[in-house]
Write a protein that binds this ligand. Structure first.
Ligand code: PMP
Ligand code: GLN
Length: 381
């Protein structure tokens, strides 16, 4: 049989590839982003409770109402934005699904979508499946900031969407209040839709604050804002997230969502609603929790050949290895996994054009002893 692939050049994601390699080589896995500790006990108990007590059939297409209400309360509290749990909040089985549905719902054949490289790997395939074309603009290394003049130059009649990701995976950079001003200037009086991937919204360090698109009226009015409970509650395998968007955009998203997955998992949604009601401030301690891990890891690498500028957000840390090796970053990650027994993620896979720097990405969402053990192996390089 001859299948005319819609994504002929796309292989298996780097996260699956590196996790498999880490397992084969018995390496400490600082590659794929997931914690090596569990979510809160009460949250897991609530899930067990709902599974046991008959909450096992389809939830409403938009998500369990109690959870949508908790999300709306959180958005009001953190970003001072009143959103309707009915018409602006959609619960989804993972942020990835919401990103896909938002793109499918709004990008038409021939439309252009601006992404910033290094760009999370799920964006481009979705844009292409929608018939659109991805325009890759490079973030400016080493701070990985947006060059707004470059964005202005890239915008034209075909520009349909700009995808933003702050805090940024894989570089750990965050948008500033000024960035939002520039963005608002650029999209005013256009038909450009914004897709904001804010799955690491609570992981911002050094006293900086998360610049959500929910904070600015004229940005939110054209935005899908996506988050993930996987990151917030240390349960990446629960694959549950949400999308906040104004009613017109939410209606479009839901048209696609109902035929991609229809709904997320019912008992998980009830458990999350209970947990958010019981511990509304849980998310506020995450920045301190992860900043301590970032510092532990970075300090343990002082004196090694890695050059490190501590991340401003996410649970990822870039490391420049140019003083250690002249391998390309893929080969470096394979070597680190096989020989040093620490897995990492190469950055070039997220970029259309080659990078001028040599970086690998480490995930520091790990127990302190895991981080110290990994850093000890890396520090000898
Ligand atoms: N966007 C970014 C930037 C991510 O790092 C991830 C990672 N998991 C996702 C989206 C997907 O989140 P989820 O697992 O909830 O689909
Ligand atoms: N977002 C996670 C990362 O960046 C991985 C998610 C996945 O494996 N698809 O590592």
């Amino acid at each position: 049989m001859n299948i005319d692939s819609k994504l002929p050049d796309i292989g298996t994601t780097i996260f699956s590839v590196m996790s498999a390699l880490a397992q084969q080589n018995d390496a400490i896995n600082l590659g794929q982003g997931f914690p090596d500790y569990d979510g809160p006990a009460y949250l897991r108990e609530r899930l067990a409770h709902y599974v046991r007590d008959g909450f096992n059939q389809y939830p409403p297409m938009t998500g369990v109402e109690a959870l949508r209400e908790q999300i709306a309360l959180k958005v009001q509290r953190l970003y001072d934005r009143p959103v309707s749990a009915d018409s602006e909040v959609t619960v989804v089985p993972g942020a990835t699904e919401a990103l896909f549905c938002a793109i499918m719902a709004t990008v038409n054949a021939g439309d252009e979508v601006i992404v910033f490289d290094p760009a999370y790997d799920s964006y481009e395939p979705a844009v292409r499946l929608a018939g659109g074309k991805t325009i890759h603009l490079a973030l400016k290394a080493p701070e990985f900031t947006v060059d707004w003049q470059q964005v202005r130059d890239a915008i034209n009649q075909r520009t349909r969407m700009i995808i933003l990701n702050s805090p940024h995976n894989p570089t750990g950079s965050v948008l500033s209040p000024d960035d939002l001003v520039h963005l608002a200037d650029l999209v005013r009086d256009t038909n450009i839709v914004l897709l904001a991937d804010e799955v690491y919204e609570h992981l911002v360090y050094d006293g900086l604050s998360h610049q959500s698109l929910l904070l600015v009226d004229e940005l939110y009015e054209r935005a899908f804002v996506v988050s993930s409970f996987g990151k917030t509650f240390h349960v990446t395998g629960w694959k549950t997230g949400y999308c906040i968007a104004p009613p017109l955009l939410s209606a479009q998203l839901r048209k696609v969502h109902q035929f991609v997955t229809f709904v997320g998992v019912t008992p998980i949604q009830w458990a999350l609603a209970d947990f958010m009601r019981a511990e509304p401030d849980y998310c506020l301690q995450l920045a301190g929790f992860y900043q301590a891990k970032r510092d532990l890891f970075c300090n343990a690498l002082v004196g090694s050949g890695f050059q490190i500028t501590p991340s401003s957000g996410t649970y990822f840390q870039l490391a420049d290895y140019s003083q250690i090796s002249d391998r390309n970053d893929r080969a470096m990650c394979e070597w680190l996994t096989k020989e040093v027994k620490v897995a990492a993620i190469p950055i070039s896979v997220f970029c259309a054009a080659p990078l001028s720097h040599q970086y690998v990405r480490f995930c520091f969402a790990k127990q302190d002893n895991t981080l110290l053990k990994a850093a000890k192996r890396l520090a000898s390089l």
